[in-house]
Design a protein around this ligand. Structure first.
Ligand code: PCA
Length: 330
């Protein structure tokens, strides 16, 4: 036991050293591997592809980034720690995947706390100093965030009241979606986006809450029939770097990354807005019934949201108070 543990520790250190070796030689050509969780046709991945191209152009090819999408290099739950350990120098995750580590990471997924682009941007600005601080404590640096379109409910049957969700096997993608499912008396199961078609077609799950993007990218019409535009929250993805890897770059390369990141953030927020209408239309064009939730359903969801806001505030303590106060002043 002891022996095997030592071997794995040595292996891990060796892997980390290999990971960082490419980074240290800033004067030569540096190639960074970048794990991301979502597929190539998703607008986040497309935005990151532009970001990578931009960096390569700005640095005259001295720094290039190779994207490994759809969890192909590291699976979504592993990406943050892979970057933290230097196994990959840069990566993308859904911020709220980390809410189990610290409630601050989950603030953008509390239902109805900020459910428009304007509110989501303000909440981002209000929470950014703490977000950066929490990442820095892990040797990570935030580069940019981009929100998903507002979240709506997908089902295989008509949903008129919250009771219609009772007992449904409900796909979750973070702690908040799991909690929402519990509060609706549904049964949550975590499933990553690349696994959605299989999970639905084998009956592991039968309903979900996500964006029109993820519904359209996963061809939801193959296994679902109804989409309720509840506009419950706009969760963000973030792109972040291993601070030591970043510090090992030449100054011009660091500047190129920061400039490309600022551009990617602006472009990504705009793309997300365009995406909302475009992908909602794709759902409708492919036969999904795109519907407004009934007043009764929406009220019940807001009730669940209110419970979750209190729970979030209680768990986030002083950090939570600071974010809420900064948000109210935005
Ligand atoms: N798509 C991702 C996160 C939120 C979204 O719209 C997902 O469904 O996992």
């Amino acid at each position: 036991m002891l022996h095997s543990r030592r071997i794995s520790a040595v292996r891990l250190a060796a892997a980390a050293a290999i990971g960082l070796a490419g980074i240290a030689s800033a004067s030569a050509e540096t190639k960074w591997d970048m794990p991301t969780p979502y597929g190539d046709s998703n607008f986040h991945t497309m935005n990151i592809a532009e970001f990578a191209k931009d960096i390569s152009e700005k640095t005259g090819g001295s720094l290039t980034i190779q994207i490994h999408s759809a969890g192909s290099l590291f699976k979504h739950p592993e990406i943050k720690n892979a970057v933290r350990k230097g196994l990959a120098p840069i990566g993308e995750v859904l911020v709220s995947r980390l809410s189990n580590e610290d409630p601050v990471f989950g603030v953008d997924s509390v239902p109805f706390m900020a459910n428009s682009y304007d509110a989501a941007w303000k909440l981002y600005q209000a929470s950014k100093p703490l977000l950066e601080q929490k990442l820095e404590a892990q040797g990570l640096q935030l580069l940019f965030t981009v929100p998903w379109p507002p979240q709506g409910i997908y089902t295989k049957k008509e949903i008129n009241t919250i009771d219609d969700l009772k007992g449904l096997k409900f796909r979750a993608y973070n702690a908040a979606t799991e909690r929402l499912a519990q509060l609706a008396d549904a049964v949550p199961t975590q499933v990553e986006v690349p696994d959605l078609p299989t999970a639905f077609s084998t009956g592991r799950v039968e309903a979900m809450i996500t964006s029109p993007s993820t519904g359209a990218n996963s061809k939801a019409w193959d296994f679902l029939t109804h989409y309720y535009d509840t506009q419950a929250w706009l969760p963000k993805n973030m792109v972040f770097v291993n601070k030591a890897a970043f510090d090992g770059l030449a100054d011009a390369e660091k500047a190129a990354i920061l400039e490309a990141a600022a551009t990617a953030e602006t472009r990504g927020w705009e793309a997300s807005k365009t995406e909302t209408a475009e992908k909602t239309k794709v759902l409708a064009d492919n036969g999904i019934k795109v519907l407004e939730p009934s007043a009764e359903l929406q009220e019940a969801l807001k009730g669940i949201g209110a419970t979750m806001v209190s729970e979030w505030e209680a768990s986030a303590g002083d950090d939570g108070k600071a974010v809420v106060e900064a948000y109210s002043k935005q």
